[in-house]
Every structure is written in C-alpha cells, then in structure tokens.
Design a protein around this ligand. Structure first.
Ligand SMILES: CC(C)(COP(=O)(O)OP(=O)(O)OC[C@H]1O[C@@H](n2cnc3c(N)ncnc32)[C@H](O)[C@@H]1OP(=O)(O)O)[C@@H](O)C(=O)NCCC(=O)NCCSC(=O)CCC(=O)c1ccccc1C(=O)O
Length: 274
C-alpha cells in the first residue's frame, strides 16, 4: 500500500542547479549551470532526483524532457573542477553522491523521458542521455565519453547499456578514444532518434511529448518497464562498477586526470601503466 506524501514543493522552490517547469502535460527539467557547461555536482544530482520524483508523482505529467541551459552543453558530466579542488562533488542532502540513484530513477520513472540535447553531452552527462528513453539532438550537439582522460569511468549502464544501444565496437570507440561525435554520426549510429531543425530543439521535443501524451499512460508504463526488463540485470553490474569507481576516485591515477583538466594540460598517465 502506498504511504502518505511528503511535500517537496518547498525543496522545489529552492532549486539552484536545476529548473523545473510543467506545461502541456510535460515536465521540463533543465540542468542550469551553464558556466560549468551544466556539469553536475552532488547538489545538482540531488535536485535532479527531486525533480524526477516530482514529475513521477504528478498525475498531470505524461512525459519528462531533460535538457541543459544555454546552447553550449547538455551536460559536461561530473564537475571536474569541484573534484580537483575538493576531491569530491561537494555537499549533498544525504551526505552521499547519488548519481546511481539518479540513473535508476530515469530508468524507473513510469513515464517516457526525452533527452533534448542542446550542445555537448559528455562523460556522466552523456550517460544521462543514453539512459533516457528517447534523444532529440540540436544540429550542433556532440556526444562522447571522457572518463579515461579525466580519471573516471562508468562500467555499468554507461558502458554495457551503451553497447546495447549502439553496438560493441562503437561503444568501445567512444570510451577508449574519448573523441566526440557529431549529431549526424550519432543519428547514423542510433544514439539519437532525430536531429531537430536549427533553433527548434525545444519545440521538436515538445512535439514528441505531445504525441506521447495523447496515448494510454498505462500502456506506456508497461512498455517502458518491458523495454527495461531485458537490461535490468545491469543494475548489479552498476553497483559493482560504482564500488570500483569510489575506490579508483581516491587514487593518484584518477587525481591526475582531474588535476590535468583543471590545470588545462594533457594528463600524463604513463607512470600508472602496468
Ligand atoms: C565539454 C568540453 C568538451 C567543452 O570544451 P570547450 O568547448 O573547448 O570549452 P571549455 O573551455 O573546455 O569549457 C568551458 C568552461 O566550462 C568548464 N567545464 C567544462 N566541463 C566541465 C566539467 N565537467 N566540470 C567543471 N567545469 C567544466 C571549463 O573548465 C571552462 O571553464 P573556464 O572557467 O572558462 O575555463 C570540455 O570542457 C571538456 O572536455 N570537459 C570535461 C568533460 C568531462 O570530462 N566531464 C567529466 C567526465 S567524468 C564524469 O562525468 C564522471 C562523473 C560521474 O558521472 C560519476 C561520478 C561518480 C560516480 C559515478 C559517476 C558516473 O560516471 O556516473
């Protein structure tokens, strides 16, 4: 049996890193840190979780759009500068960095999630769009993983599920080479569903949401969870991967990646080769 409801409206009023808006039966969640290319810190992740949970429990919302502020970046992943300065992702509501919980909520929320990729989607930011049910890209959007360059990895959904979406060779290419691909190539690889006309990303994402919102929410809920069921075993792999990442993030090797980015130089990983 469901319990009572905690009122999150207070928390939703105090958002600093994320914007939450509803219109036309669609919740739009915008990562709002353009000065850091919408990179997320711990607080950003907390706020994204609140926003997704709010959309989940709002019966007037049928579809959720996730996007980034401005037109340079959708999300540049974890805040590497914060990590270089403090060794972590800053203060959080529960004292823990809840990125794995965010990944789960994007998959579990029983409403379609559309990533509207308005610029660069890289690192943990790229993983967010991969986990979304659908991706619409701006023509100038670019996509890729950067973990091995900056001392990070997502060896769970970010690699295994990515391989399911675009194929093993292409997923390995994105992770091993750490080079960005453009929107046309992403479309060709099946990494995005459509490239919106220039300047029409939000309208195109909303048009897709309007299509979805005309349909049976229960049918959509079953379909989403049915699509997920086949890859849900990757949750176990993700737990292991995040345990490993937690250990790795405290090593000199990971520190070299973050420090090199913050100092605007090439990382030198040679001394860590075994
Ligand atoms: C995004 C770039 C390719 C853009 O390049 P460019 O257009 O040349 O602009 P820049 O001048 O480089 O950047 C402009 C401005 O933004 C700042 N910035 C960019 N990205 C970040 C960032 N990630 N963190 C903080 N700040 C950022 C940049 O420093 C500039 O600021 P100035 O003050 O003007 O100098 C390029 O910027 C780039 O490659 N960025 C780094 C991308 C990256 O490597 N992201 C992190 C990947 S690792 C990650 O995301 C792991 C985090 C994570 O998700 C996680 C953590 C813990 C457990 C699990 C996970 C998990 O993976 O899920």
């Amino acid at each position: 049996m469901d319990g009572g409801r905690i009122d999150y409206r207070e928390a939703m009023r105090d958002l600093t890193d994320v914007r939450y808006e509803t219109a036309d039966h669609t919740a739009t969640i915008t990562i709002d840190r353009p000065e850091r290319m919408n990179a997320f810190r711990g607080k950003t992740v907390d706020e994204l979780i609140h926003a997704f949970k709010t959309a989940w429990s709002d019966p007037t919302v049928g579809t959720i759009i996730l996007t980034g502020a401005g037109d340079r970046a959708f999300c540049a992943g974890g805040d590497v500068k914060e990590r270089a300065e403090t060794g972590g992702y800053g203060d959080t509501e529960w004292g823990t960095f809840e990125i794995e919980r965010l990944h789960r909520i994007i998959r579990d929320v029983p409403k379609p999630v559309i990533a509207a990729v308005n610029g660069i989607a890289i690192g943990g930011g790229h993983v967010l769009h991969v986990l979304a049910d659908l991706t619409i890209a701006a023509p100038h959007a670019r996509f890729g993983q950067s973990g091995p360059r900056v001392g990070s990895f997502d060896a769970g959904f970010g690699s295994a599920y990515l391989a399911r979406v675009i194929g093993e060779k292409r997923a390995r290419e994105l992770w091993f080479r750490c080079r960005l691909i453009d929107a046309e190539q992403a479309l060709d690889w099946g990494l995005v569903n459509e490239i919106a006309p220039d300047g029409e990303l939000a309208a195109t994402a909303q048009a897709w949401a309007d299509d979805i919102n005309r349909h049976s929410p229960t049918a959509l809920r079953f379909l989403k969870h049915s699509f997920n069921a086949d890859t849900d075993h990757l949750s176990g792999l993700s737990h292991l991967a995040f345990d490993g990442l937690d250990l790795y993030s405290h090593t000199d090797e990971a520190g070299e990646g973050a420090a090199a980015f913050a100092e605007k130089r090439e990382p030198d990983f040679r001394r860590f080769r075994r």
